[in-house]
Ligand binder design. Structure first.
Ligand SMILES: Cc1ncc(C[n+]2csc(CCOP(=O)(O)OP(=O)(O)O)c2C)c(N)n1
Ligand SMILES: [Mg+2]
Length: 202
C-alpha cells in the first residue's frame, strides 16, 4: 500500500511545515505532494511563503507587492536527507509520471513539489496554464530536478533559457513591476540556477 498526502503551498510551506519536518525526520513511509499555486487561493489569494518575489496578492497589494523571496521548500526537504524529493509541473506530465513512479519504488518519505499555475490568482487565462508551466521551467524560475538522499541532485529537463521578463509579462500579478525590478528578479533567478547547477554536477 502506498500512502499519499496532498496539500497546497500554504498548507505545506507555512501551516504544516513542522508536521512535515517531523515526518521527514522520522522518514515516515509516504509520498507527500505539495500542489503549489503560489498563494492561499481557496481563501482569496493571500500571500504564502511560496508566493514569489514581486507578486501581487490580496495581502500584498499595490506598492506592498511581495518583497520577500519564495521559500526553497525542496532544499528544506533535501536537508532532511529524505530518500527522494523532486519538483514537477502539470506542464510536463511525462516528467511528473516518471517522478511519481520513482517515488513509488522507494520506501520512506518522498516529496514532490508540483507547480500549478492558478488563473484567477496569477491573473492569467485558463488556456495559458500549460504554456506558463513550461515558461516557468525554461526561464529557470522553476527548474525540474530530483534529489536522492538529500545529496544527489539531477536536473531532469534542461531549460532553454527564456528571459524571466517573458514569463512575468504574461501574468497580471506582476504587471506593476518596473524594468529595474524585473532585472533584479532575473539576477535572483540566475544566482539560484548557478547554485543548482553546481549541486547537480556542472
Ligand atoms: C490549520 C488551518 N489553518 C487555516 C485554515 C483555513 N484555510 C482553508 S483553505 C486555506 C488556504 C490554503 O492555501 P493552500 O494550502 O495554498 O491551498 P490552495 O487553496 O491554494 O489550493 C486556508 C488558510 C485551515 N483549513 N486549517
Ligand atoms: Mg496555494
Amino acid at each position: 500500500m502506498t500512502v499519499c498526502a496532498w496539500a497546497g503551498d500554504g498548507g505545506t510551506f507555512d501551516i504544516g511545515l513542522q508536521a512535515l519536518s517531523g515526518a521527514a525526520e522520522r522518514n515516515e513511509d509516504f509520498i507527500y505532494v505539495c500542489y503549489d499555486n503560489e498563494a492561499y487561493m481557496n481563501t482569496g489569494i493571500q500571500r504564502s511563503s511560496a508566493t514569489p518575489f514581486g507578486a501581487w496578492t490580496t495581502t500584498t497589494p499595490g506598492e506592498a507587492w511581495k518583497h520577500d523571496k519564495k521559500k526553497d521548500i525542496l532544499q528544506i526537504l533535501a536537508a532532511h536527507g529524505v530518500p527522494y524529493a523532486a519538483t514537477a509541473t502539470v506542464a510536463y506530465p511525462d516528467d511528473l509520471v516518471a517522478k511519481v513512479t520513482k517515488a513509488k519504488s522507494v520506501k520512506g518519505t518522498r516529496f514532490i513539489h508540483l507547480l500549478a499555475p492558478c488563473p484567477p490568482g496569477w491573473k492569467t487565462s485558463d488556456d495559458e496554464t500549460i504554456e506558463l508551466g513550461r515558461m516557468a521551467v525554461h526561464s529557470k524560475v522553476f527548474p525540474l530536478v530530483e534529489v536522492e538522499n538529500g545529496l544527489d541532485w539531477r536536473i531532469t529537463v534542461e531549460p532553454q533559457g527564456l528571459p524571466v521578463a517573458d514569463y512575468l509579462g504574461r501574468q497580471g500579478r506582476f504587471k506593476h513591476l518596473s524594468e529595474a525590478q524585473i532585472a533584479e528578479i532575473q539576477k535572483q533567478v540566475d544566482a539560484r540556477w548557478e547554485n543548482l547547477r553546481k549541486r547537480a554536477g556542472g
